[in-house]
Design a protein around this ligand. Structure first.
Ligand SMILES: CC(C)(COP(=O)(O)OP(=O)(O)OC[C@H]1O[C@@H](n2cnc3c(N)ncnc32)[C@H](O)[C@@H]1OP(=O)(O)O)[C@@H](O)C(=O)NCCC(=O)NCCS
Length: 323
């Protein structure tokens, strides 16, 4: 039987660090941001576009997998902030890598993007259509943050990547459980710049090209659907929460993750977090935290990993994985 496993990982974030005190000018504070969200600082791109971050993370993942760029036959990028509305960010990445044998496209699922992209990639490898898929989650939310509003504090820029390949060994992805609910579409959205409301002088003046977030709705939704989603995937695969060695989650805020861990009875030591250093990098969070934990040599053979994410749409999903 063919299993699909993570052959290599990589991540990259811009070197420019913005600390919490930067936001004092718009009425926030280090104390509020750290206590409510668990964030100390975030990386903000100065002159790199999303494809630059994605390319650098992707190249590290390919090297980590001991492959060459020619071995990659599919590149999928999860992003909300592509370099341009068209073509896809994945095509920019393919060109930068010179991955001449790769098909390339993007997936749009905002903060759940990495989960949706991993699930998509796994199908292509399982069917035998592609051998080595480069999955990237990358975002530069600094380009869609309204820097005059306090919800600017939540986000940072960064990219994570993984190469997924086939194996006959007893390891790899066990299952995915993905969900969407378009009724949540107004709670985290960029109102203008698309076909419903094309860019105009008026939309720019009204600052409608920046994202707008209903923080309470995000909190309430995340703390409800993520625990349900985790129990769904555990139950249908006959696992219990005690079988889980690591939760590798999206990084919305430390309180959301503490709340989720408490609901599912998972000791918080098993929850990997890095929002103190990166904040929420949207599509980047899950593959960045995976890369950090992997490069720290924390995983051992047979460990059970649980991936989980929730984001705009609403979208949410989990994946169960045997290392
Ligand atoms: C936003 C969030 C922290 C608010 O938490 P809360 O405990 O409900 O806080 P409230 O909305 O009652 O606001 C508490 C106070 O903080 C203030 N506040 C809100 N945003 C602030 C900011 N960025 N900096 C400083 N103070 C802020 C409010 O004005 C309020 O002040 P007041 O008590 O003087 O009126 C919480 O809803 C949350 O974490 N939501 C999830 C958002 C998220 O994860 N987004 C990522 C998308 S995946």
């Amino acid at each position: 039987m063919v299993n699909v496993y993570i052959k290599g990982t990589g991540s990259y974030a811009p070197s420019n660090i913005v600390k919490n005190d930067y936001f004092e000018a718009i009425g926030s504070s280090d104390e509020w941001i750290f206590s409510k969200l668990g964030i100390r600082e975030r990386r903000i791109s100065i002159d790199e576009a999303t494809s630059d971050l994605a390319y650098k993370a992707g190249l590290i993942a390919i090297q980590d997998a001991s492959l060459t760029v020619e071995d990659i036959d599919l590149i999928i990028v999860a992003t909300t902030t592509p370099d341009r509305p068209s073509p896809s960010c994945a095509c920019f990445v393919q060109d930068k890598l010179n991955a001449v044998n790769a098909v390339a496209f993007d997936i749009s699922a905002v903060c759940s993007g990495a989960l949706f992209t991993m699930a998509t990639a796994v199908q292509f490898v399982k069917t035998g259509m592609y051998k080595n898929v480069l999955v990237i989650g990358a975002d530069t939310f600094s380009t869609i943050i309204d820097w005059e509003r306090r919800d600017a504090v939540f986000f940072g820029d960064g990219a994570g990547a993984m190469v997924l390949s086939a194996t006959t060994e007893d390891k790899g992805f066990i299952d995915f459980a993905l969900h969407s609910d378009g009724k949540g579409k107004e709670h985290f959205t960029i109102p203008a710049g698309g076909s419903a409301k094309p860019a105009s002088i008026e939309t720019v003046k009204n600052r409608e090209h920046y994202f707008q977030m209903n923080g309470k709705a995000v909190y309430d939704t995340a703390t409800k659907v993520v625990p349900e989603n985790i129990m769904e995937i555990l139950n249908r695969n006959n696992f219990t929460i005690d079988d889980v060695d690591f939760l590798l989650p999206h990084q919305p805020s430390i309180r959301i993750l503490q709340d989720v861990a408490k609901t599912i009875n998972l000791p918080f030591e098993k929850v990997k977090t890095n929002m103190d250093r990166y904040a929420n990098t949207s599509g980047g969070t899950v593959p960045i935290v995976l890369d950090e934990t992997h490069k720290n040599n924390e995983f051992k053979k047979g460990d059970i990993l649980l991936f989980a994410a929730v984001g705009a749409g609403w979208t949410w999903g989990t994946a169960l994985y045997k290392w």
